[in-house]
Every structure is written in C-alpha cells, then in structure tokens.
Design a protein around this ligand. Sequence first.
Ligand code: UDP
Length: 412
Amino acid sequence: MTAKLEAYEGIVGAAVIRQLQHLGQKLEGTGVVHVNSTRQGGGVAEILGWMIPLMCGLGLNARWEVLNGAGEFFSITKAIHNGLQGFPVNISSTGWQIYQDANAVNFERLRPLLEDADVVVIHDPQPAPLLNLCSNRKGKWIWRGHIDISHPFHPTWKALKKFVVGYDASIFSMCQFALPLPHPQFLIAPSIDPLSDKNCDLGEGELEEARGRFGLDPYRPLVVQISRFDRFKDPVGVIEAYRLVRRVSPIQLVLAGGGAVDDPEGKAMLDEVLEAAAGDPDIHVLLLPPDDHRTINALQRLADIVIQKSTREGFGLTVTEGLWKGKPVIGGDVGGIRSQVVNYHTGFLVNTPEGAAHRIRFLLHHGELRNNMGVKAREYVRENFLLTRHLQEYLTLFHQLLSKRGEKMFYV
Ligand code: UDP
C-alpha cells in the first residue's frame, strides 16, 4: 500500500512535495511504461510497487509491466545476472537465443504499449532485448541497471551490450557501475517508502507478537539479515560470523528470505544455509511469503544489529530499511552498500566473516554508541534515500530526455 504524496510532508517537508507537484505538472499525461521481470520479491519490485501509484498521482500515465517467462528463461537470466556481477558463467548460444525468443514473445504482448509510450524504463538485463524488437518506437528508452556491474565477467557483458547500446540513456545506482556505452549515463540511487508496510512504525504489540511467533528470546541480542537466498548475499558467511561471536556472547541470528519468480537458484542456496545452520536452535532460518512486509519490518525493528554481508550488491534496500529503523548496519564492503554504510557513523563495512564478527562484538559492547549510530543512520536515510528524492530525479530525467533539442533544461 502506498500513501498519497501529501502524506510524506511530515517526513520530508512541504517544499519537497511542492517541487514534485511542479514537476508532475510539467509532465502531465506523459506515458511511462516500466518493465521488469517479477511482480514480487527483490528490490526492483519493492520500488516499482510505490513508484507507479505516485507517478500516476502526480499526473503521469505510468504503468508497470512484468515479463512472462518459463523456468529455462529465468535460469538463463540468472546466469546473465551472475555474469554481470563478475561470476564466470557459461551461457551457450542456445541460451542467448532462448533469452531473445522469450523477449520476442513478450514484445508481441506489449507491442502497442511499448510503441506508444513517451518513456520506457527497462529494469535490469531480463527485458533488455525489448528495445531492439521495437522498431516503431515513439518515445525515449532508458535502461536501468540495478545490479553491481562494476567488474562484469567480460563475455557476459560483451554479449549483453548489443541489447543495451541503442538505449537513449542508462541509469545506475553508483558511478562505479558506469559502462563504456555511447549514450548518457545517470546516477540515481534507489530509495525506500517510509510509509509502506515494510517501513512504517509498528506498535509494541505487533513487535512482541512477531518475537513470540518466531520463538526469539527478548533477553539476548539479535542479529538479523533479510535477503533472498542468493550466493552474493553470503548467508553462509553470516552464519560463520555468528558462530565466531557465539563462542563468547549468547546471541541469536535471524536469516529471513523468500523467493522471487526470476531467481531459480534460491532453493539450492536455502539448502546450503539450512545445512550450515543445522543443530543450532538460535539460528532462525525463515522462509517468508514475498508480501509479508510487516513481518520483515518487525524483524528489522527487533534486531539489535542489522547485517547485510553481501559480496556483490547493486544497492541493498535491506540496508536502507535497517538504517531507517535506527539500526547500525554491518554491510559487505561492496557496491551500493558503500554509499549507505559509513564506518562509525551509520555502521561498519566488512570484508570477511571474521570482520563481521569483530564488528558485531564491538557494537554489542558499546550500547550507547550503537544507539547514537542508529539515530544518525535514520537521518542519513531521510537525507538521501527516501522515495521523494528518487521520484524527483526520475521526473527530472524524463523531462530532460523529452525536452526538444535546444530547449533549456528544466531545473527544480
Ligand atoms: N525482501 C522481502 N522478503 C524477503 C527478502 C527480501 O520482502 O524474504 C525484500 C527486502 O525487504 C527488500 C528487497 O526484498 O525490500 C530486497 O532488496 P535488495 O535491494 O536488498 O536486494 P535484491 O533482492 O533486490 O538483490
């Protein structure tokens, strides 16, 4: 559920809302189509869930379309995803053909919308070939990469590049992800919706209910990582860190994840996690429904420390969510986590399970510092990573791309 724009005034101030309304007037009636590969699960779906209603509320004609795909298509796109994040993968020419064919089938279904749209935003590699299929396009097309593409496996990037070069612009979450492409590239960081079920304030009763439901001990510190079960999120590394701390402190660990339609590797990773956690009643591995946002919210609020020990990360909305709840975050020293976690300020960046264990112990022993860091963490998100800033940057970019050549750029 997304609130109306005015509801955010108390959090970001009236001037920000006015600026957005002003931008909305400039873009009134603009047809925008976003395309990604899953309606639920993962950060992109989380963002599109609030962004479409708010764009419509501002006067744009925004839509969100999702690719249909069979298991084989998603196995290939997951391999492309892994390759772009630097993991050596072997994708056969048949695999690339299946990828293109699935996009061609989706294109026929979406053709009228895509041909007519003023702006099309294609999220991540899965729907990237749609552009080359749309020979009769009217609007501007933007490729929005959400993943950590700073060190791609070269053969994967080389093969994907031919689907991406023709876009009018691309957007990345970090300047380190910029690629050798012949069009303008923009830096727009993701954001969270502070009023959504995932991030709104929760009452004590709801927190206690969640604590009881999962058998968590109120008297022992709790460390929480919320993530899809994905190798790059390093859940097994989190268990290693927990075990190192556990030798000296009686902590509890929650690893909560869920599936995403476009992530067929989740089951194998979950099995690995369950094996690593076996026999320890204080490691709670939770497989939650993808729309159980209030439970995720409650677990992040019950945590003493939020952890996101990724080894690759485009941005890491789970980091933003933890920071917004006033928790210092221990995050992997990679990708978009670096723009959110500032050592000794909003949390700690780590590279190994040993490093994570060291920082968990440090935070557990410095309660006052932990609380102070939590206060700074929330303010850091308010200033940088709330949806209003994100919307403003998108709308400004749309306006710039749609402005006729020679016309002055519109500044807010
Ligand atoms: N998430 C969720 N349930 C889960 C696991 C994750 O709702 O079981 C949410 C999480 O709260 C966050 C998003 O999925 O909003 C994950 O976004 P992130 O950018 O951290 O990672 P991604 O999955 O996109 O790589």
